[in-house]
Design a protein around this ligand. Structure first.
Ligand code: GH3
Ligand code: MG
Ligand code: MG
Ligand code: MG
Ligand code: MG
Length: 302
């Protein structure tokens, strides 16, 4: 760990710096609160050991400023001070300190306190990692691992606004598996799940750009947003998806369309998006999908 020592007495600074080194960490030194703040601007540290009585900013003031500056990023701050009143102790904790040691402090105590704070910092890291994983999970549909409806809407809205500003054509596709209820009824729900995953992969294989968005909109319904794509581009993507689904060659004996799984696609919004809301374009893709269903399925309709 990088440990910042803020201490105006040169003797103490060097003694503590040796303790920190002996404990296997890297000491960084500041003679004043001001110097500490300056150093923190371009050097991330893992822990701070802070004197209280110093010329200029005192340790409490410095700590309060550091806490404000770091926001929700917590690092341990330990006061080491000659001020031994109960009220000083209270003030130190109030200012944002995590521990309060009264001078003289032995090497053993400092080493043990560093170890205790290190353990808490490890827990913080673990929590942050878990939070990151949860955040990622909460954006995805658990079966297909594509964006869930909420996240699709959020990200699509951003792309849509950008497309409006840049006046670039953007298309939306609604994709729905044909006669999927019959598929489930005949092959069972678990087989239906496998089928949905395969259809997802087929759709994905036709989306090549990092800003193309794919979401699971409902049970067997997917939605795609294609920024910077005109009607011809959308046509190519639809052909690709139909071909990729056909190549999956998933048997569907009960389907009156074909004896394999097919999809219908509704396309909308390919003109430049000024004046249209994303919601309207998706509704319009849904209406086109309805027409695809009612004109025989296994097709795309604009
Ligand atoms: P259409 O061609 O008109 O779209 O007919 P359909 O049978 O596909 O449409 P319908 O909306 O009647 O049925 C959709 C079916 O999708 C019903 C539902 O049980 C199934 N489904 C929805 N979500 C899942 C899922 O996560 N897994 C499985 N296996 N089935 C699902
Ligand atoms: Mg001092
Ligand atoms: Mg339906
Ligand atoms: Mg369907
Ligand atoms: Mg449906």
């Amino acid at each position: 760990m990088k440990i910042l020592l803020v201490e105006d007495s040169a003797t103490l600074r060097h003694a503590m710096s040796q303790y920190v080194l002996d404990a296997g960490h890297t000491p960084l030194l500041a003679e004043s609160g001001e110097q500490a703040l300056q150093l923190l601007e371009d050097t991330p540290v893992d822990m701070i050991i802070m004197d209280v009585e110093m010329p200029g900013l005192n340790g409490f003031e410095t700590t309060a400023l550091i806490r404000e500056w770091l926001g929700s990023h917590w690092i341990p701050i330990i006061f080491v001070t000659g001020m031994s009143d109960d009220d000083d102790y209270r003030q130190g904790i109030e200012a944002g300190g995590d521990d309060y040691l009264i001078k003289p402090v032995s090497k053993m105590i400092i080493t043990a306190k560093i170890r205790a704070m290190e353990r808490i910092a490890d827990m913080r890291d673990q929590l942050n990692r878990l939070n990151g994983e949860l955040e990622a999970l909460s954006q995805l549909d658990s079966l297909t691992q594509v964006l869930n409806r909420r996240t699709f809407n959020e990200q699509a809205e951003q792309q849509w606004l950008l497309a409006g500003r840049k006046q670039t054509p953007t298309c939306a596709l609604m994709i729905d598996v044909d006669h999927f209820k019959l598929y489930n009824d005949h092959y069972g729900h678990p087989a239906g799940d496998v089928c949905l995953k395969q259809v997802t992969d087929a759709i994905k294989s036709c989306l090549h750009r990092p800003f193309d968005l794919l979401g699971r909109y409902g049970g067997e319904e997917f939605v795609v947003l294609l920024p910077e794509t005109d009607a011809q581009g959308a046509e190519r993507v639809c052909q690709c998806i139909k071909k990729a689904v056909a190549q999956l060659d998933i048997e569907h004996q009960m389907s009156p369309v074909e004896r394999r799984v097919t999809v219908s696609i509704g396309v909308a919004g390919c003109a430049h998006p000024r004046g249209y809301s994303l919601e309207n374009v998706i509704k319009s893709a849904d209406r086109a999908l309805y027409r695809a269903k009612h004109t025989g399925r296994n097709r795309h309709v604009v």
